[in-house]
Design a binder for this molecule. Structure first.
Ligand code: OOG
Ligand code: MG
Length: 261
């Protein structure tokens, strides 16, 4: 692993790119030895700094969990990132993008937990029992890397491109839905841009929760009650611009409508 001083220096670089919306080259160009664990060490240091600045942890995001996203980004291993409460925008509201570099929108299914889940292995039944409800979400991602180009270690160090999110539509109990096969349509300015089914993420979005619990266990952590989890985009992501209207329709789960400013 990289030494602590180098992790701090890389965190400084990512932190500045995120704060100033100035794109940087993919980190492995200057640090070819950057590993996946190093990427997560940078993410952990980012969280420590954000918390010290008074920002509040909101939940986890999974990224690169669907074939559409893996093919679009050229990375075929899922990753986990952190979401902060001050990046949430309301359904029916306006998403500010002034502080973002090249934002893209994604449609995702969110889980909100009501009981702790402790790994390494949990069953789908345990995931359902620990889930308070599932709900539609849209995520706005914004890679801090030039031309949205990265490898796995770099994107993890950039907190998996997390930028903003909206929870909306209807809250539903997972067992009342066929979560492997719900249709999702993503529209921008009234144009349907992408179609998918909820099972596009690892065959079933609950499988993402299993993977997250395993990942947390390896880090000596548990998935806590009250945590929100975005399970990853079901379709490829689409660029958005000020003035755009976004509509994401989720079968049996309602619709999210937002405007981009
Ligand atoms: C990485 C984050 C991907 C998802 O839902 O797959 C992601 C990226 O594509 O920039 O959030
Ligand atoms: Mg996403």
């Amino acid at each position: 692993m990289l030494d602590a001083t180098t992790i701090q220096a890389i965190t400084d670089t990512v932190d500045a790119a995120q704060t100033k919306a100035k794109p940087i080259p993919m980190l492995t160009i200057e640090h070819p030895e950057l590993s996946l664990d190093d990427g997560y060490a940078v993410m952990d240091e980012l969280l420590r700094r954000w918390t010290a600045r008074g920002r509040e942890f909101y939940g986890f995001k999974a990224g690169l969990t669907s074939r559409a996203k893996m093919d679009q980004m050229g990375v075929d291993v899922p990753c986990f990132g952190l979401m902060m409460r001050d990046t949430c925008d309301p359904d029916g509201g306006i998403i500010p993008t002034a502080g973002l570099i090249h934002p893209r929108v994604e449609a995702e299914i969110a889980f909100v937990m009501k009981e702790d889940l402790v790994g390494p292995e949990v069953s789908i039944e345990q995931v359902y029992a620990a889930t308070d409800y599932v709900q539609p979400a849209i995520e706005i991602i914004d890679s801090r890397f030039e031309n949205f180009k990265f490898d796995l270690a770099s994107v993890v160090a950039d907190n998996c491109s997390s930028a903003r999110l909206v929870m909306g539509g209807r809250m539903r109990r997972p067992e009342e839905l066929d979560l492997a096969a719900l249709g999702v349509v993503l529209e921008v300015n009234g144009e349907p841009l992408a179609y998918a089914a909820s099972g596009a993420v690892l065959g079933h979005p609950a499988n993402v929760i299993q993977l997250l619990v395993r990942w947390l266990h390896r880090r000596g952590e548990v998935l806590k009650a009250g945590t929100v989890v975005l399970t990853g985009a079901v379709t490829e992501a689409h660029f958005i611009h000020p003035g755009d209207t976004i509509c994401a329709r989720f079968q049996d789960m309602g619709t999210i409508n937002v405007k981009v400013s």
